[in-house]
Design a protein around this ligand. Sequence first.
Ligand code: ATP
Length: 362
Amino acid sequence: MTERFSIAVFEGDGIGPEITGPTVDILTALAEKNGYGLDFQACPAGAAHYARTGEALPDRALQRARDADAILLSAMGLPSVRYPDGTEISPQIDLRKALTLFAGVRPVRLFPGLKTPLNLPPDRQVDFVLIRESTEGLFYTQGRGEVTEDEARETLLITRKISEQLFEFAFALARTRKATGRGRGQVTCVDKANVFRAFAFFRALFDAEAAKHPDLVADHAYVDATALWFVLKPWDFDVLVTENMFGDILSDLGAGLMGGLGVAPSADIGLDHAVFQPCHGSAPDIAGQGVANPMAMILSAAMMLDWLGLRHKRARLVEDGRLLRQAVEEVIGTGTHLTRDMGGRATTQTAARAVRDLVLSR
Ligand code: ATP
């Protein structure tokens, strides 16, 4: 019997539906071709949904996400729709907390055709993964900070439990990358341990995990120096692991190195659940025009296949993840189906179609 996986789909706001449709089409065709099934469950949620119904993340959608084998999400939030306290609707952050998705995985990989602002020496490869802790850190009091007439306070929280899970995840990823020839088995802890006791604690927990992996290389870097090295010698990194706010900032810098948000994928992974979504937001400025770049969303879907395959020990899904990533890279490399943000004239549909045709031909 065909093995089937259920996928909760949050098509979200702005350009979300435009990039979700073609991505789901590619995944469906790939699964059909290669003998497994993907059952997509729509999860209405987000800013437009809140404006209509007063609910940003309905219980039904959250339950579907909990029940699914994996979650595919485009982008949620619209600057024009806000809660009464003025903050934006961001159910993706609520999902991270509700499902304890502590590891925000942000791959940064440079390949031909990307408009990187870097002037890379020809013999240098940039292919690293930034892991951003995604449930605590400086986001711990998000929406609950204390603000008086004269002062504002937020709390940074680092817990042993989440940090230990995070570091275990980081070393496991470095091991997988090394085994598949994509990394040299190095994990860098990014912190500010020279100034804050909380980061000295973070670093000590990292060192304890590192001691269990004598075959992998563990090192440390301060976050300010890391920002500099992202620009000056990004080829030096393999896996980096850091606190929530530091990771938030560094992951946008990473997307910048790749030449923009339209090609930067991500995943938020916990012990039992995982959400796959592009790094970009809902891009309301270009919504409805059919020009959104679908590549970050398709690359996120490729990460989903890889994760599902590893988790369920299905080599076919891991292979399909690799083929899908390769197809995106080839389409971008040939430069014939680039969307406007990459200097081309392709529509969302034609760019996605080029990836679909290529991956199905393999
Ligand atoms: P958020 O805070 O939700 O992450 P944001 O306000 O930082 O969102 P985005 O919605 O990501 O920003 O948009 C930033 C800029 O990048 C916009 O000009 C948008 O049009 C552009 N952009 C984002 N995603 C894409 C995409 N997939 N294709 C083309 N342009 C995009």
